[in-house]
Design a protein around this ligand. Structure first.
Ligand SMILES: [Mg+2]
Ligand SMILES: [Zn+2]
Length: 164
């Protein structure tokens, strides 16, 4: 029986979609899309994958920026991609930081992935997590998706054929 569940590619944000600057990024002027992102996402979307962003935003707990700042930035990101022909199903982020209390949604924990998997009926065995750090891989492994670790700020086109 063919599965009627969805397959998804979960994407880390900084270092994968946009430039990892080595510091928190919440202003549009500091947000630079990495090379190859649009073309790779168009290919994967055409292959039937949902595209879902999973991001740690500990700068919110630290008081560096507000949820409204990051919501605005993510709105601009999804609008930009939408105009380029890419639909981002959802952007999930953890606003917490371990210096300001415990949570179970910050990667390497997996609650954000679990939420997305439940909400969008995702078949984990057909899905992937693309990240640029160990904690992305650990989170992905906890929920049973395939994990791909890329070098930060390299083109997703380098790995476009790995995922199918
Ligand atoms: Mg990253
Ligand atoms: Zn959290």
């Amino acid at each position: 029986m063919p599965s009627n569940r969805n397959k998804a590619i979960f994407l880390d944000r900084d270092g994968v979609i946009n430039e990892e600057r080595g510091e928190y990024t919440w202003l549009l002027e500091d947000f630079r899309i990495n090379p190859g992102v649009v073309d790779a996402l168009i290919k994967w979307q055409a292959d039937g994958f949902l595209l879902i962003v999973i991001s740690n935003q500990g700068g919110i707990a630290k008081g560096l920026y507000a949820k409204s700042d990051i919501d605005f930035l993510h709105h601009q990101l999804t609008r930009y991609l939408h105009l380029a022909g890419v639909t981002i199903t959802e952007v999930y982020y953890c606003p917490h930081h371990p210096n300001h209390g415990r949570c179970i949604c910050r990667k390497p924990d997996s609650q954000l992935l679990e939420k997305a998997i439940a909400r969008y009926s995702i078949d984990v065995s057909a899905s992937w997590f693309i990240g640029d750090s160990e904690r992305d891989q650990v989170a992905g492994e906890k929920v049973g998706v395939k994990c791909l670790k890329i070098t930060p700020n390299t083109s997703l086109l380098d790995v476009v054929s790995v995922i199918h």
